[in-house]
Design a protein around this ligand. Structure first.
Ligand code: HEM
Length: 192
């Protein structure tokens, strides 16, 4: 079963990329094509963050290990979509003019947190392999807890860039809060 499960999830995860590529090549992006690509890739980054965070609660509730087996792949898709998102902004929107990009990072808090989230994804991507897991031992788990910080920064980024918190930014904020709170060991806290 897992033989087909993993490749199926991989194929499903590439669909948003294929969809936006199709829209680019067939001129179906509407009146603001750059905005459309930025929004699309940004939202899919957030969706993949939520999917990655859902895997361990799903494993706990269903007692199935398959969820953990696809977590690493979903995490790599977070980096993939976040990099496409960043590349749209840096390459298409600003045509690699570094000074205005730097000004944006310093002056706009939503760009600052988005950028910080992308930077934090780099060590997670580099150390995602089984080999790195064995090499880093307990530190691997500690390092990969950065995904929680990334999720919070991603959610803040969405709230701060939107004119209003309703509806999508609030939806992702609540979803991420729930997914993170599922990790809190209340038993341990109350037993202390
Ligand atoms: C983990 C990292 C990131 C996540 C989760 C993320 C998520 C998002 C989301 C959800 C949106 C709005 C989508 C919508 O309106 O439907 C968005 C928009 C945007 N993001 Fe990000 N983002 C990330 C990193 C970045 C980075 C690194 C940059 C640039 C340095 C960036 C720049 C932007 C810009 C310019 C917009 C559009 C703002 C506008 O509407 O004018 N993001 N992002």
């Amino acid at each position: 079963m897992i033989k087909y499960f993993k490749p199926s999830i991989f194929i499903l995860s590439t669909i948003p990329f294929l969809f936006i590529t199709y829209k680019i090549f067939f001129n179906k992006l509407g009146p603001e094509p750059v905005k459309e690509i930025t929004h699309f890739t940004g939202e899919w980054t957030l969706i993949f963050i939520c999917l990655t965070l859902s895997m361990s609660p799903l494993q706990k509730f269903t007692n199935l290990n398959n969820w953990i087996k696809i977590r690493r792949m979903l995490g790599l898709f977070v980096f993939f979509y976040a990099s496409l998102h960043l590349l749209t902004y840096v390459g298409i929107d600003y045509r690699f003019s570094w000074q205005p990009i730097l000004d944006d990072v310093v002056k706009k808090k939503y760009i600052f947190v988005g950028f910080a989230a992308w930077i934090l994804l780099i060590p997670l991507t580099i150390t995602s392999s089984q080999k790195m897991m064995l090499l880093l031992k307990q530190n691997w788990k500690k390092l990969h807890r950065l995904i929680y910080v990334i999720a919070i920064l991603g959610s803040l980024h969405f709230i701060w860039l939107s004119k209003t918190i309703y509806f999508k930014p609030l939806f992702y904020f609540v979803l991420i809060t729930v997914l993170l709170s599922l990790r809190i060991n209340f038993k341990r806290i109350f037993e202390k």
